[in-house]
Design a protein around this ligand. Structure first.
Ligand SMILES: [Zn+2]
Length: 325
């Protein structure tokens, strides 16, 4: 199928030789999370893109439909930073308010979002690869709505935790709460245009060992949604056992964002920088240099904790999640 828009830069359009869905996979939506870029590179190489380069158009007999593999924010990846501007990262740019604001569109990350928005809006499925700054972490799925179609896709992903971030995740970018019916994330944009979008958080962002396992997860997902043939698994040596043994999954939703006051915060215990540490309401999580205590607002799990090394620039210290009953 021809694209109704220009192919964005740093995205490769892999045309299939049979009809199928339209699927987009990105790594590097956050420029300091380079393991997802490796996954995109590995899959593109297997599909025949020269040196796995995420650019141009190729045709592959492994593909059914249209598969787009690319780098979310290539300029930020080149800088090794979460965003180009430091004002707003790409995963906070996908909101109508920003696309219609000339002032917002002066931000380089917002310009990249504008380049990508039509591609993402046209996707049947979108998988965004992320990794986290905290060392002690396990892979999980983040999404902004948990529809039956999302649930179906999640059954093929070997994670225990599925985190519905709702609109809580967007509360750090200055949008009015009334405008935050959904987050301004890439996945939310896909969901709002009729596709199924989710973020696969593949683990600690310096852990190269996460690349082969995340490659396997994504290839199995691509087979599951019908955009690639199962024989791609053989080329990439992907074990299909992985999806036949998906562990017990539980869905959680974010209920609170603890904003960072940037005043020398320290965790009360290292366990709080592990993902999904369980906490009781009122439990002391840490303290600022001026003595202000930060306690858990709910009984539940800590999500997206800022690692010790990112406490000086993360807008949030952590989020709190509760199980969906
Ligand atoms: Zn990320």
């Amino acid at each position: 199928m021809n694209s109704p828009f220009l192919l964005p830069s740093s995205v490769c359009h892999v045309h299939g030789t049979e009809p199928g869905p339209r699927v987009v996979v990105f790594g590097g939506t956050h420029g300091d999370e380079t393991m997802g870029v490796q996954v995109v590179h590995n899959i593109l190489e297997a599909l025949g893109s020269p040196e796995g380069a995420p650019t141009g158009q190729i045709t592959s007999t492994f593909v059914k439909g249209d598969l787009f593999l690319g780098i979310g924010n290539p300029e930020a990846v080149a800088l090794g930073k979460r965003s180009v501007s430091g004002i707003r990262d790409l995963n906070r740019c996908f909101h109508e308010t920003f696309f219609s604001s000339p002032e917002a569109l002066r931000i380089p990350d917002q310009q990249r979002a504008a380049e990508l928005k039509d591609l993402l809006a046209s996707a049947d499925y979108f998988f965004d690869l992320h990794s986290v700054t905290a060392k002690e972490t396990i892979p999980f799925v983040g999404l902004t709505t948990f529809s039956p179609r999302h649930a179906e896709v999640c059954r093929s992903i070997p994670v225990h935790h599925i985190l519905d971030v709702q609109a809580i995740l967007g509360q750090d970018v200055g949008l009015a709460i009334a405008e935050l019916t959904q987050t301004p994330t890439t996945c939310s944009w896909v969901n709002r245009h009729g596709g199924v979008g989710l973020a696969y958080e593949m683990g600690y962002q310096e852990d190269a060992a996460s690349v082969p396992s995340a490659t396997a997860v994504i290839v199995n997902l691509l087979v599951k949604v019908g955009v690639v043939h199962g024989r791609l698994r053989e080329i990439l040596k992907v074990d299909r056992e992985q999806i036949d043994s998906v562990p017990d999954q539980r869905v959680y939703r974010l209920v609170h964002c603890e904003r960072n006051r940037f005043h020398g915060f320290h965790y009360a215990h290292p366990r709080y920088t592990q993902s999904f540490a369980s906490v009781k309401a009122g439990e002391l999580i840490g303290q600022y240099e001026d003595g202000e205590k930060v306690c858990a607002t709910h009984e539940g799990l800590l999500a997206f904790p800022a690692g010790e090394q990112t406490l000086t620039n993360n807008q949030s210290l952590f989020y709190l999640a509760v199980p969906v009953s």
